[in-house]
Design a protein around this ligand. Sequence first.
Ligand code: DAH
Length: 337
Amino acid sequence: MKERLNELRQDALGVIAGCDDLKALEDIRVRFLGRKGQITEILKSLAALPAEERPAAGQAANETRDALSQALDARKTALEGEAEARRAVESACDFSLPGRTGFPLGHTHVLNQVAGEIVGIFSEMGFQVAQGPDIESEYYNFDALNTPSDHPARDSHDTFFVKPGVVLRTQTSPVQIRVMERAKPPVAVVVPGRVYRVDNDATHSPMFFQLEGLLVDEGVTFTDLKGTLMKFVQAFFGPDTQIRFRPHFFPFTEPSAEMDILWTAVDRQTGAVKSRWLEVLGCGMVHPEVFRAVNYDYERYSGFAFGLGLDRIAMVRHAIGSISHIYENDTRFVEQF
Ligand code: DAH
């Protein structure tokens, strides 16, 4: 009897452990412990045993029944737990689905795109890139550039003073001086960089970007300036772009001019195509006083210089209405370029 019970117990425990379905587990319970189950049958058959064997056999049968009952309960709890966990995962998300958005990738900011393109155009013509400090002495920012001490640009309403004699540069022109102090002609550089002015509206930002150009050699004339700028404009704005020069004044060039391009744009409201002259840069022939400040022989050398606002050029090319868009870094804006 004992052996039969043991065999039955091993058999049942194996079947219970291997069962991974709640319905099947219930069938197993019925098979062993149900009214006509195998254990129940054994318990019933005890009555036929001789009296002295009955108690021991009865105890063994009861133990087997309890063990199986416990094993069934434990397995049921485990299977219910697994089912619950599976349901939670399935309803939360399906990890086997491919990603929807991928990783967002950054790209070059529109202003850097424009700066890079312009620097590239001038590099091809033989200009090198030079840099200078953002915090600049008044000497480099104004004096050496032939700007008198009572010039309105030197007023604190226009210029950020760090301390007396030291400013946030208001233009990239001081780098002209720094370059010429270090090198003898011929010199051909472009200088992209930040500049600062006390100014803030739709077309002005207290910090913006300029690109300066300087070329000095023997026999440089205004014609070279025009030719160089024409080549730049055609490369950047298109081969048919027209330009015009208007006389102007800058302390560090003589003669000086402002250059406009004839810009054709579609009016967003009316759809009409309109052309108008747009100022894009200031330029001129390097003033003899500037050459004197850097010990260049102005009888022997001549040169031209120009300075353009990179923000303005980016705004013209991409029809950007307000300069603040360029610096807010709203992704809805920067993603368009
Ligand atoms: N520095 C001038 C400005 O910020 C721009 C400029 C004009 C630069 C004429 C030049 C130049 O080099 O020749 O308004």
